[in-house]
Design a protein around this ligand. Structure first.
Ligand SMILES: [Zn+2]
Length: 290
């Protein structure tokens, strides 16, 4: 009997795709990571495994112009994800405080399951809000806010989060050329202040580096929302559309930052007094060009 199943598998590729439903081999092949050199040779690639975020209090960055809902276009299937593009360029911004840089919101898209892992655990969904520095083009100067979400019953998910996912779903169901309102402020606020930052890359070719990642936890996606998008709306594009975690290559993952830089890093270990002193000296040296 086993032999018959094996022969059938060899003959019909459908068999292997059924077996591989929970793996991402099909996605990895579809995205052709190996044909783009940066994806295979880059030393600062994303996603990576992350430590558990600890609360940080608005030291790193802030969102601008979030008082009113943002406007997005109808959700679209890009062939490898569901994506919602901005319909009001330059309104919603990410402001990185220590470098005084402003990044304008471009689009939000979904990975199922998550690309980043927290303590080696994948989440059910990762939303990625993509921002780009003013004046930059192509894949230059990007900043991404990743939101790790696990499934919950609609009534168990925080109200603001349930409303946000409902907004996303509405854009897909109806037709309005002026765009759709997305209540993103209450959604982002409901996540709390637990996030980590690090320097990484795009998780799809051309895998451009120098992407400023901010990864939040604390999100619950209603189970019926995820099922609808992953099984009905975009089953092919949302099927295990995540890249495998990449080597961290000694990069610092910031869980707490103060004015002088990243002080609690790398898996929540606080640096020694000596390391802190070295960091301050390094900064002073570069400031006064010693
Ligand atoms: Zn992505």
């Amino acid at each position: 009997m086993k032999l018959i199943v094996l022969l059938a598998c060899l003959t019909f590729t459908v068999c292997s795709s059924t077996h591989n439903q929970s793996t991402n081999e099909g996605y990895m092949e579809h995205m052709k990571f190996s044909s783009t050199s940066k994806c295979s040779t880059g030393k600062n690639q994303s996603p990576i495994n992350l430590p558990n975020p600890v609360p940080q209090y608005g030291i790193n960055f802030k969102f601008k112009n979030l008082e009113v809902p943002i406007r997005v276009q109808k959700g679209r299937d890009t062939g490898h994800s569901m994506q919602w593009d901005t319909a009001q360029e330059d309104e919603f911004k990410l402001y990185i405080k220590h470098s005084y840089e402003e990044y304008a919101f471009k689009q939000v898209h979904a990975h199922h399951k998550s690309e980043h892992t927290i303590e080696n655990q994948q989440s059910d969904l990762e939303l990625q809000f993509v921002f780009q520095k003013e004046g930059a083009t192509g894949t230059d100067d990007l900043a991404v806010v990743g939101v790790m979400c696990n499934t919950a019953n609609s009534w168990d998910a925080p109200r603001e989060q349930e409303a946000f996912f409902r907004d996303l779903k509405r854009t897909y169901k109806s037709q309005d050329r002026r765009g759709y309102w997305l209540r993103v402020e209450p959604f982002l606020k409901s996540l709390g202040n637990s996030y980590v930052t690090y320097s990484g890359s795009l998780t799809t070719p051309p895998c451009t580096e120098n992407v400023k990642w901010h990864v939040f936890t604390g999100c619950y996606v209603p189970e019926d929302w995820l099922n609808e998008f992953a099984l009905k709306v975009a089953p092919e594009s949302m099927k295990a559309n995540y890249r495998n975690v990449q080597n961290r290559n000694g990069r610092t993952v910031c869980t707490t930052r103060n004015q002088r830089g990243c002080f609690y890093n790398e898996y929540n270990k606080a640096p020694s007094a000596e390391e802190q002193l070295m960091a301050v000296l390094k900064e002073l040296r570069s400031e006064f060009q010693l």
